[in-house]
Write a protein that binds this ligand. Sequence first.
Ligand SMILES: C[S@@+](CC[C@H](N)C(=O)[O-])C[C@H]1O[C@@H](n2cnc3c(N)ncnc32)[C@H](O)[C@@H]1O
Length: 557
Amino acid sequence: MSKEQLENVEVFTSSFSSEQQKELANRLITFLSQYSHLSDSFIIEFFSENLWDTLPKTWQAVLQDLSFPQIADLLLDAANNNRRYPSVWPLSLLAFRATAHALTFPREPRCDRGSVAEPKKPEEFLENHSQSSLLGHIFRKHVKPKKQHEIRKLGMLVKQLCEQTGCRRVVDVGSGQGHLTRFLSFGLRLSVTAIEADPTLVAMASRFDGELLWVLEKEKHKKKLRPEALPIPRHVAGWVNPKESWEVFIQQLKSPDHVGDDPVTLCNKKICSDVAHPSRLCGGQSQDLHQNDAEEDPSAGSLNHSAHEEGVSPDESHLQRSNDFVLTGLHACGDLSATLLRLFVSCPHVRGITSVACCYMKITTKESPTPPGLVTAPDLLPSGHESFGYPMSSWVRGLPGHQLSYKAREGACHALEDYVRRLREESELLRSHCYRAMLETFIRDTRPDLHRAGIQTIKKSHLLSFTEYARLGLARVGLPPDLPLDPERVAAMLKHQNKVVVYFSLSLLLAPVVETLVLLDRIIYLQENDVESRLVPLFNPNFSPRNFVLVALKPSR
Ligand SMILES: C[S@@+](CC[C@H](N)C(=O)[O-])C[C@H]1O[C@@H](n2cnc3c(N)ncnc32)[C@H](O)[C@@H]1O
């Protein structure tokens, strides 16, 4: 890892002894248990469950008149050293905020750490908002700016981990449309097998590979360049089963059902030599790394890459015999991140791992073994604590009160920086929680059984009056859109919009604390299995809220 990354990481874990990690888990759980009524609450129930009245009276008094920018400055912005209070705050509220900030892993790399008052866009997007200046155009096609930022940064880290572990092979699990896979293969010339549960996404990934190869082929003709062999990614459609052994996982990767040959037929397994000089494909900071790549032969073995072996030098054949690889998962949702960590621990061939998690609410727990959104066959559900997504470590499992509700974990997926920005801008979008909470009271009056009914986001709701919003919302839950809405009651609730925002901000303060506990549990799990890991805030959190990468490697054999 680079010096910069090492420095960032030291703050988190490498400077923590195993005892300190355990002590931190203890403190997190004690703190979260005390405020679970906040993290477990649903903002849509603000009026129907009188959530404001669940706050201490002393808190209510000082919070109720805060402006939106004051909420950002005084509550959420951990880096603000110049707080100006309009009134004297009770110690319990100051302690709540200070503890939440102190227990949370810092979300910015140390060099960027500052007030969220001035959110910085990654430099790579300063010239063009939608195109990273550091990523070659062929890797930007079909890829949103956020993902461009992620694949470039994670790709470089994976490449570095490969260098440290001596692996040329990477397995990208939950690869989606294959954006990271493509950059790792064609940009960084690693031998990649991608596995993804959704066959539609696998087909798209393969098609996008083909498009990329087609572009390179055209450029090759134009520039009259010599064709050159290239490691073409291999895509496997398959669901990685958390209950299966690592041997089954390896067999799955070798599955003959892969769809990786399509791009090869498009481009006849040969490719323009731009790929041998990726500095032409990628600019800026990435060039140094890429210049090293240009010295290497692009061909490398993979778990079953017989179709791509022409052009492989004899020197490399020993690499192909080796089955070692680095495991990666970019926003491997729900249990998938936990599954990857278990595979890393159990499988001797996995030498390193980079794990970026997301969708913590889809994680299975003993209390919630089938969370909403979990797509799997019932007989494949986890049956024992050894395969639940949380907690993973024996230590955390043994701490009373370690449980994290579905709601607390869902809250941990919120984009705190984005909300702070809205507060500072006094954005009208902040009205949406109040509208939804008001609507909930009318829905429950008519049909109590429809409480917490799912209403898809109503577009541009901040531009609508509440009545217009309610008409659309009522129709979504099957109630008459012209249901009478008492105007006095509507007006009375609208007056409390600030309180809704304050209450939501208090619960949002706990979101990074919950995320810290989930990730710390994984770090302790690795520690219990004799593996040291590091947590890197790799992505810009203003851009990519789930920005932590858990990195680990095994000692060389
Ligand atoms: C949030 S998406 C991320 C996709 C991609 N890595 C990216 O960053 O664009 C997570 C992906 O993991 C896949 N997935 C979830 N559980 C899986 C499993 N057990 N085995 C294989 N794929 C899985 C989902 O289908 C989904 O495409």
